[in-house]
Design a protein around this ligand. Structure first.
Ligand code: HEM
Length: 401
């Protein structure tokens, strides 16, 4: 078996575009990832993606950003308003899990902290299954935990969510049906022929794909902004007054900190690679997103630095390859990151994405890193993520609303 590694931007782009390379990042995580969208290949992948893509439209985003997300952000912020402080990692998990659950189609009838706690516990177990490859624990033990978590998820969340939607479909009350992934899958049940266990994993995977990624991006951008502000204190006002600038901060930080530092593929037949070498069955292709995103030839001499004024390289994105590219490119990118702004974009009628929305809410409360409580990296994973990030709200008036 040969390992082919691509760590410059152009090679990474070309490798991600090769159609005969199949997903292999989750080969050990079958217990939660088997047959979910990101693991499918060829026609099967195309068909499911086309269907699920129906929900990722501008109208649906607009509805979520204007109607659903502000409410969810406010509800999840409620318990912290009085104390005026929080661990951003913990809060990030709660808020982004709830936002992603809305979009995935996982109802939370109680909307309480306890209910979020239960779903959060399940999400963390699902995540340990998806990243089983890196786990130092007994693999069978982790798999059993995931199987049990899937059962609990099914009983408490998925079954009631399915039942509610099926009743609406039966009554032909289509206008009352929520716009979410679960609804799309149920409406097209006959055509898709999804076995129930695949449906279960697909929805659990959406929770993972949406929440687990965005949460780390949120903490990274918060940290980058506050590091940058130390040397640019006059820009504090801009952060409050210019939401498009805040979105750019997020895109720049996401380039520096892709939620998955690599993409992994395996050939389905002999394949010519960007370095002109041949990959054969059994080989592994490592696409190093982290280093490709810091390629000085593409992003300039300061590619390793956070520079929110960076202009996107011609034809490329500010966020580099952090949302992937090619057939598996992130279907939820607009949900998390919004749409790219143009010089004439109206800031009052722009789609910012969940992370910028949360960030703006924190900025409006003058959230700053807690000076008496140092953040810590997560030592439970090899990924460079924050594990604990205490912040305080220094604006008194917003604490009490
Ligand atoms: C900052 C946030 C996010 C980041 C950095 C991110 C990153 C990525 C990356 C790198 C991939 C490609 C994986 C590969 O090529 O192997 C991907 C795929 C995917 N993402 Fe995201 N993602 C984010 C948010 C979301 C959200 C909010 C959702 C949905 C609610 C989502 C759903 C998916 C799905 C379903 C795929 C698989 C697409 C396919 O295989 O066709 N992601 N994401």
């Amino acid at each position: 078996m040969t390992e082919h590694i691509f760590n410059n931007y152009n090679d990474a782009v070309n490798a991600l575009r090769i159609k005969d390379l199949k997903q292999s990042l989750y080969d050990d995580g079958e217990v939660i990832m088997d047959q979910v969208l990101v693991c499918l290949h060829g026609e099967e992948h195309k068909k499911r993606r086309k269907l699920e893509n129906k929900i990722f439209t501008r109208e649906v985003f607009k509805y979520y950003e204007n109607e659903v997300f502000p409410r969810t952000i406010n509800e999840t912020l409620e318990p912290y308003k009085e104390s005026g402080k929080m661990d951003l990692v913990d809060y990030g998990f709660r808020v982004l899990l709830n936002l992603t659950a809305d979009f995935s189609g996982v109802d939370r009838p109680e909307k309480t902290k306890k209910e979020t706690e239960i779903l959060l516990g399940l999400l963390k177990i699902f995540a340990s299954g998806a990243t089983l490859h890196h786990s130092t624990r007994d693999h069978e033990e982790v798999k059993n935990e995931v199987r049990n978590a899937l059962k609990s998820f099914d009983k408490q969340f998925l079954k009631p969510s399915i039942e509610r939607r099926k009743n609406l479909i039966k009554k032909q009350a289509y206008e009352d049906l929520p716009s979410d992934i679960l609804t799309v899958l149920l409406m097209n049940e006959d055509d898709l022929n999804l076995p129930y266990d695949v449906l279960q994993r697909e929805i659990a995977f959406y929770l993972l794909a949406g929440a687990q990624t965005s949460i780390h991006s949120l903490v990274h951008v918060f940290h980058e902004i506050h590091d940058w502000i130390k040397n640019n204190p006059e820009k504090k006002v801009k952060l409050k007054d210019d939401p498009i600038f805040v979105q750019k901060c997020f895109l720049e930080s996401t380039r520096l900190h892709p939620s998955s530092p690599i993409a992994l593929r395996k050939p389905v037949c002999p394949v010519k690679l960007p370095d002109n070498k041949e990959a054969n069955l059994g080989d592994s292709i490592v696409i190093d997103l982290y280093n490709s995103n810091r390629d000085k030839k593409i992003f300039g001499e300061d590619a390793n630095k956070f520079n929110p004024y960076r202009e996107p390289p011609s034809g490329q994105n500010l966020y580099g390859l952090s949302f992937g590219l090619g057939m598996h490119s992130c279907i939820g990118r607009n949900l998390a990151a919004g749409v790219n702004s143009k010089p004439d974009t109206d800031p009052n009628n722009h789609h910012y994405g969940t992370v910028t929305m949360i960030l703006r809410e924190l900025i409006s409360r003058d959230a700053i890193p807690d000076p008496n409580n140092k953040p810590k990296m997560d030592d439970k994973t090899k990924r460079p993520n924050w594990g604990y990030y205490p912040i305080i709200f220094s604006s008194k008036d917003k604490n009490c609303d």
